[in-house]
Design a protein around this ligand. Structure first.
Ligand code: ZN
Ligand code: FE
Length: 256
């Protein structure tokens, strides 16, 4: 099986940049482009030439580098069809069910609206990796700027259905504050307790807590766990729908 090289680096105040590199075809994509200088430094650190940008959503902290990088590298910008007009320099518009061939790797596209109305995620099954932008975070999920709880729950359900071993790269390092909140929602979850301990150690050592995996999120992320009896009982929401319970958790986090 072909191998995909992945390089994650922090940028802006709490964003992650990610480069993916297909060594056989000598292609390199930036997952979003939060900041031109940081992406260029990462490229030169790795000795890679930028050929693609894979955009998850139009927000400035994910697209600010698009035009500068495109003029310097003449890279192809792939992005969400539903908000393509807001993605600077977009060349290829993709939507749910589409595949984009990145060298040896097929990137399957999911519409994952909620944070923005046109947000998409990319899943590369051969590499067992997903790039989810600001839809899913480690122990959290994106804010609902352009969608309701039902919309976001449907998006998260698509990601939750990916293989448990899937490595998940997210747009931000929000994990520590997410962890503190998660403990208020499901304090009796021992997998969560253990994970929070690891997260505190990583952050104390100034290390990233990403990537995560679908399996770990399913076990510990309260936003993916409306079926947990402990959560339902704490919220007093036994018998409510998954989307309703998810919505309540999202609202509590917004007010936390
Ligand atoms: Zn965003
Ligand atoms: Fe963001």
């Amino acid at each position: 099986m072909a191998e995909l090289d992945i390089y994650q680096f922090p940028c802006l105040s709490d964003n992650f940049g990610v480069l993916i590199h297909d060594p056989v075809n000598n292609l390199t994509a930036s997952i979003d482009a939060p900041e031109t200088a940081a992406v260029k430094k990462a490229l030169s650190d790795k000795g890679w030439q930028l050929t693609h940008i894979l955009t998850t959503h139009y927000h400035a902290d994910h697209t600010d580098g698009n035009l500068d990088l495109k003029s310097e590298f003449n890279c192809t910008i792939v992005g969400p069809n539903a908000e393509g007009d807001k993605v600077p320099g977009i060349d290829v518009r993709v939507a749910d069910g589409d595949s984009y061939q990145f060298g040896a790797f097929e990137a399957k596209v999911f519409d994952t609206p909620g944070h923005t109305a046109g947000h998409i995620s990319y899943w590369l099954p051969e590499a067992e990796v997903a790039f989810v932008g600001d839809t899913l975070f480690a122990l959290g999920c994106g804010r609902l700027f352009e969608g309701d709880a039902q919309t976001m729950w449907s998006s998260l359900s698509k990601l939750r259905a990916l293989p448990a071993s899937t490595q998940v790269y997210c747009g931000h390092e929000y994990t520590l504050s997410n962890a503190e909140f998660a403990l208020t929602i499901e304090p009796g979850n021992t997998a969560l307790q253990n994970r929070v301990e690891e997260i505190r150690q990583l952050r104390n050592a100034d290390k990233p807590t990403l990537p995560t995996t679908i399996g770990l999120e399913c076990e510990t992320n309260p936003f993916l766990r409306p079926q947990s009896p402990e959560i339902q009982e704490r919220l007093g929401m036994q018998g409510k729908s998954d989307a309703e319970i998810f919505g309540e958790i999202r609202q509590r986090k917004d007010n936390a």
